[in-house]
Ligand binder design. Structure first.
Ligand code: MG
Length: 373
């Protein structure tokens, strides 16, 4: 177990909150951020938002909620080993998907197209908007008033045109500076989590098969190891064991390579992290293998006709909702009608982005079906 390093983010080197508050009693600033995220409305909605499979397709598939928990678990383990701020990694991981629309990437792409004339839609920016503005829980401020470093971690990317709106948070994109190691790590934990659980969910759904996956080097290598050790194993258990050991390999590789990168760059302060190249990363071999796995998942799972059909229905649903609200503002709930007066179409985007998969389907029925629902 490593002690926290000098280049980790801490309450001492934090840039603090937008609205200053008394320090929390009995927990750190970043534990407070994590707690606020867990208690938010947007966090609870993640339970009914899609990762790859729409929520009603099966009870065992990952949702954005279970995905976020897996990201946090992986992130915390690595943070502990690298001597980074575990609480900050946890907070960023739990918040990283808060701004996602219903129906996964398909939903976000179509909302971006619908919003083209009105500034577009970016899910990273929307996650930040959730924690900065949209949550309405506290007496003294809108949003969750999180620490700068948590917000920095949530905003992974942003379109250039949106940078001026971001104040201090936008500076690093203009100056080409990297975020904290905790933010870099949360990003890799996300990747480790989704690549592996998409393999698991993909197999469970039957959309991809073990035979196909045996052509992917990282999978076949681990599968062979499992088969050598446990020649007679039911298939489901064999898959779990393979995925489990792949995650282990990736986590171990990330810790080892990142430790080397940090050491080689002579990093000793948080300021040095910001001006150095990205320091959290995989070794060359694992990087190559991860690319191969991603390409496999893209070709065989994300473009599987059943997933494409689902995405097409999602597209249709969101397009129709957006068009209906745009042409008749009075169709919006009163709260959003009022927001529309001040913020225009952003209010429609906020309403749609906040919907869960099933809420969006219900709203579609309420607007377009003449049968009772
Ligand atoms: Mg994610």
């Amino acid at each position: 177990m490593n002690k926290r390093t000098a280049y980790a983010v801490s309450s001492d080197n934090s840039r603090g909150r937008m609205i200053p508050e008394e320090p929390p009693a009995g927990r750190s600033e970043f534990q407070r951020d994590r707690d606020r995220i867990i208690h938010s409305t947007a966090f609870r909605r993640l339970e009914y938002k899609t990762q790859v499979f729409v929520n009603h397709e099966g009870d065992l598939f990952r949702t954005r909620l279970t995905h976020s928990l897996e990201v946090a678990q992986i992130g915390r383990s690595i943070a502990r080993n690298l001597g980074l701020n575990e609480d900050l990694v946890e907070a960023i991981s739990l918040a990283h998907d808060l701004g996602h629309t219903p129906f996964g990437h398909a939903g976000q792409d179509v909302l971006n197209e619908c919003m083209r004339e009105y500034g577009g839609f970016e899910h990273n920016l929307q996650s930040l908007r959730v924690v900065d503005v949209l949550e309405e829980r506290y007496a003294a401020f809108d949003g969750l008033n999180l620490c700068y470093e948590t917000r920095e971690g949530i905003l992974k990317h942003v379109a250039r045109k949106n940078i001026p709106k971001l104040g201090a948070l936008g500076e690093r994109f203009l100056q080409h500076r990297n975020p904290s190691l905790e933010a870099q790590l949360a990003n890799f934990s996300d990747e480790i989590a989704y690549n592996n659980h998409d393999v698991d969910d993909g197999l469970r759904s039957g959309l991809i098969t073990l035979d196909q996956l045996e052509e992917v080097s990282i999978f076949s290598r681990h599968l062979t190891q499992v088969k050598d050790k446990y020649p007679i194993l039911p298939e489901r258990r064999m898959v779990y064991e393979t995925v489990r050991s792949m995650i282990n390999t990736l986590v171990t590789d990330l810790i080892q390579q990142s430790t080397r990168n940090i050491k080689d760059a002579g990093i000793d302060t948080l300021a040095a992290v910001h001006t150095a190249p990205p320091l959290i990363g995989f070794s060359q071999q694992i990087k190559k293998e991860q690319q191969e796995l991603k390409k496999f998942l893209f070709d065989n799972l994300y473009r599987h006709f059943r997933v494409v059909r689902m995405n097409s229905r999602a597209r249709h649903t969101i397009e129709k909702l957006f068009a209906a609200f745009s042409s008749e503002i009075l169709l919006l709930p009163v709260k959003y009608q009022k927001k529309f007066e001040q913020e225009g179409h952003q209010a429609i985007a906020d309403y749609i982005a906040g919907m869960t998969d099933r809420y969006a389907i219900k709203e579609y029925q309420r607007l377009f079906s003449i049968t009772e629902n």
